[in-house]
Ligand binder design. Structure first.
Ligand SMILES: NC(=O)C1=CN([C@@H]2O[C@H](COP(=O)(O)OP(=O)(O)OC[C@H]3O[C@@H](n4cnc5c(N)ncnc54)[C@H](O)[C@@H]3O)[C@@H](O)[C@H]2O)C=CC1
Ligand SMILES: O=C(O)CCC(=O)C(=O)O
Length: 339
């Protein structure tokens, strides 16, 4: 007998990330090839025709794992009874903007969706926020769903930054992605994030070497590497005139896949989740940490007590400060927003 279907919501499903994400959820990449999936696609009423087009294409994919698709334009229908929510729908930044410039416009969406989660969803629903500024939107969403859904069920996506870091290290060392383990993205999904390879390892032939030794270029690790990962989103906007979508959709699916199935033994992933005070990060801030996940309980744990040198502490302080400022601005915008 096949298991009960997993009901997954994708918001902004008519947008560019939505278009790349739904096929991976529907075809078993995220929840497994034997797991039936019901998809709920939400977008704004102006995008209904485009949303219907996505539904037709999903039908045409003839996927054995996809047992239902609903296209909706209201939160009540969208958030009903879901197991996972991929909250993508939000305004993307254009050339020259910082992600936090989106705060005033996008935070209202996440206030409203937090309330909808509280009203219509199950207490076990797990949420990934992709829409920028992702950490702060997740903070707001969790705040307005509080009382019904625990804060630990809310996360923001820094997996794209994590994947970018893996790829840069693999390129630099002439290895493959599978050879590089345990990079970390600390903090905000923004230009202040701290991509860190201090605790990473690289397989070279039959040896496992620490990343600093394998890379053998401290200047690159502490400068070029960090800024490449921090600025990757902006460079892609400059080149494509659109923000990253294929890689963002892949990262969102990696994030939920690992939350559902758990992380591999001896490995961690980067995930922005509510701080419990670890590493001196203020409690409740949605901060990217290294986490391990138990696939049986679907609970994440922050990897504790990694030694941090002064360089790391300074970088972490910068991104913490930015997140505190964003949080305060977002709370103000929510108070002012009459939703
Ligand atoms: N965290 C991360 O690593 C990344 C985050 N992003 C962010 O993801 C978001 C989406 O990006 P794209 O898909 O490229 O944008 P897009 O503009 O192509 O699509 C966004 C979709 O969301 C819809 N939408 C707007 N308000 C909505 C609402 N209240 N409810 C439901 N749908 C709504 C729009 O109608 C549109 O179809 C942006 O904020 C972008 O900055 C993008 C890449 C990576
Ligand atoms: O950079 C942006 O604002 C949009 C896409 C994004 O967040 C990213 O590519 O990292």
């Amino acid at each position: 007998m096949s298991p009960a279907p997993i009901r997954a919501l994708v918001t902004g499903a008519a947008g560019q990330i939505g278009y790349s994400i739904v096929i991976r959820i529907a075809d078993g990449t995220v929840f497994g090839k034997d797991q039936p999936v019901e998809l709920v696609l939400l977008d704004i009423p102006q995008c209904v025709a485009s949303l219907e087009g996505v539904v037709l294409e999903l039908q045409d994919c003839a996927l054995p794992t996809l047992v239902g698709v609903e296209a909706v334009t209201n939160e009540k229908d969208a958030f009903q009874n879901i197991d996972y929510a991929f909250l993508v729908g939000a305004m993307p930044r254009r050339e020259g903007m910082e992600r936090k410039d989106l705060l005033a416009a996008n935070v209202k969406i996440f206030k409203s969706q937090g309330k909808a989660l509280a009203e219509f969803s199950k207490p076990t629903t797990k949420v990934i926020v992709v829409g920028n500024p992702a950490n702060t939107n997740a903070f707001i969403c969790a705040k307005y769903a509080a009382g019904k859904i625990p804060a630990s069920n809310f996360s923001a996506m820094t997996r794209l930054d994590h994947n970018r870091a893996l790829a840069q290290v693999a390129l630099k060392t002439g290895t493959t992605i599978g050879d590089v383990k345990n990079v970390i993205i600390w903090g905000n999904h923004s230009g202040t994030q701290f991509p860190d390879v201090k605790h990473a390892t690289i397989n070279k032939g039959s040896n496992t070497v620490d990343a600093y030794t394998a890379i053998n270029d401290t200047n690159w690790i502490q400068s070029g590497f960090i800024s490449t990962v921090q600025k990757r989103g902006a460079v892609i906007i400059e080149k494509r005139k659109l923000s990253s979508a294929m890689s963002a959709a892949k990262a969102a699916c990696d994030h939920i896949h690992d939350w559902h199935f758990g992380t591999k033994p001896g490995e961690w992933v980067s995930m922005a989740i509510p701080s419990d005070g670890s590493y001196g990060i203020p409690k409740g801030l949605i901060f990217s940490f290294p986490v391990t996940i138990d696939g049986a309980t679907k609970e994440w744990k922050i990897v504790k007590d990694l030694p941090l040198d002064d360089f790391a502490k300074e970088k972490i302080q910068i991104t913490t400060k930015e997140l505190e400022e964003e949080r305060d601005d977002a709370l103000k915008a929510c108070d002012e927003a009459n939703i």
